[in-house]
Design a protein around this ligand. Structure first.
Ligand SMILES: C[S@@+](CC[C@H](N)C(=O)[O-])C[C@H]1O[C@@H](n2cnc3c(N)ncnc32)[C@H](O)[C@@H]1O
Length: 184
């Protein structure tokens, strides 16, 4: 199936520390972290992967664009991170392999029934997924155009339909965050 791509020329923009004003590392970890084996869905240059890496056994940096992994390799990949070139709707992991997963500013790119079904398959029962993304409620001054974004409720409803329960959800000015638990 088709997927959104991110212009590799713009990859250095993803390394801008001012991005933490939209989602901090501490906030992101609180949404999903239980240690163990986790996946960053649409990892890009590894900006947030690097923040998670010290707290987990393994973090798979999943991205569909090899150029993003090339950038990450050049920057330096932490020992606990494994680069995986794959789309979220076709993950190369066995059933129940993941103890957690997260995604920053990418749900609007990978969202589909197939992707959420694949997450349900690859996550262990009770594992959590943390999502931070741009909200359709924002002013669109930064990030993707408003018509490419979702509202928080669109995201949580899609996860509920795919067999997840909502643990925490918060809509802000420009972004939303939520924590979803895979039902057994
Ligand atoms: C906007 S960037 C964000 C990168 C990173 N999450 C961050 O916050 O720095 C989105 C990334 O998701 C990747 N991507 C888009 N659709 C995808 C999909 N269906 N499966 C895996 N990766 C995807 C793109 O290649 C790109 O690197």
């Amino acid at each position: 199936m088709g997927f959104h791509t991110y212009d590799p020329e713009r990859a250095p923009n993803l390394e801008d520390a001012s991005r933490y004003r939209y989602c901090s590392a501490e906030e992101l970890l609180a949404l999903f972290d239980q240690g163990g084996v986790v996946a960053d869905l649409g990892s890009g240059t590894g900006f947030y992967t690097d923040d998670v890496a010290p707290y987990v056994e393994t973090c798979y940096a999943v991205d569909v664009q090899h150029e993003m992994h090339d950038f990450y390799r050049e920057k330096g990949v932490p020992e606990s991170v494994e680069l995986v070139e794959a789309a979220v709707d076709d993950l190369p992991f066995p059933d129940g392999h993941l103890d957690g997963a997260f995604s920053t500013m990418t749900y609007h790119e990978f969202h589909s029934d197939e992707a959420l079904a694949e997450l349900h398959r690859t996550l262990a029962p009770d594992a959590r997924v943390g999502i931070a993304d741009w909200t359709a409620n924002g002013d669109g001054g930064e990030g993707p155009p408003l018509d490419e974004r979702f509202m928080l409720d669109d995201c949580t409803s899609a996860f509920e339909a795919a067999g997840f329960s909502v643990e925490f959800a918060s809509e802000r000015r420009e972004t939303f965050v939520c924590s979803l638990r895979r039902e057994p």
